[in-house]
Ligand binder design. Structure first.
Ligand code: HEC
Length: 144
């Protein structure tokens, strides 16, 4: 697979979960899902620029990067209460392995921080690393 199609594929998978946000009523779970949906939207914007689906725009790329940096820091806040909801997909393992979960949120923050938003090429180069941190946490802590 070419790099650009890999990125598009990744962005689609991660953005695909947005529809799941329907239906949660617990305020913590809603806040988590909204934060994650915003992650999906930011990653999709960057992925669309990296694969030239939309025109590169440095201001928009920077805004998406900043949203990811802020969301990575905000993850701990929206997950600190072990709230649950039938429409939620957070694994209980989050609260038995909290330090590891915190580490995975930190990895996302570092990868987002490191993103160079100067060009579509530099965005493409950093996007894989960010997507890898989303996937690592979902594999460990997102129940299907
Ligand atoms: C530290 C762990 C962690 C990281 C890092 C993480 N996620 Fe998540 N994500 C979760 C968990 C847990 C859920 C399930 C939340 C729920 O349903 O209560 C989730 C859910 C989602 C959802 C579905 C939201 C919904 O509406 O139900 C999307 C989309 C998503 N994440 C995108 C991303 C993207 C994109 C990134 C990386 C930029 C990312 N996530 C990084 C843990 C993480």
């Amino acid at each position: 697979m070419k790099l650009s199609s890999q990125i598009l594929f990744l962005a689609l998978i991660l953005a695909g979960g947005v529809a799941l946000a329907e239906g949660a009523t617990d305020p913590d779970v809603k806040a988590r899902q909204e934060l994650m949906a915003a992650n999906g939207a930011a990653l999709k914007t960057l992925g669309d620029m990296a694969s030239a689906k939309i025109a590169f725009d440095a201001t928009q790329a920077q805004a998406a990067k900043q949203a990811l940096v802020a969301n990575a820091a905000g993850i701990l806040d929206v997950f600190k209460n072990q709230a649950s909801d039938p429409a939620g997909h957070a694994s209980n393992a989050i609260w038995t392995a909290w330090d590891d979960f915190v580490g995975k949120a930190g990895d996302m923050g570092k990868a987002a921080e490191a993103l160079d938003t100067a060009s579509a090429q530099s965005v493409a180069a950093g996007l894989q690393a960010i997507g890898g941190t989303c996937k690592a946490c979902h594999t460990a802590y997102k129940a299907s």
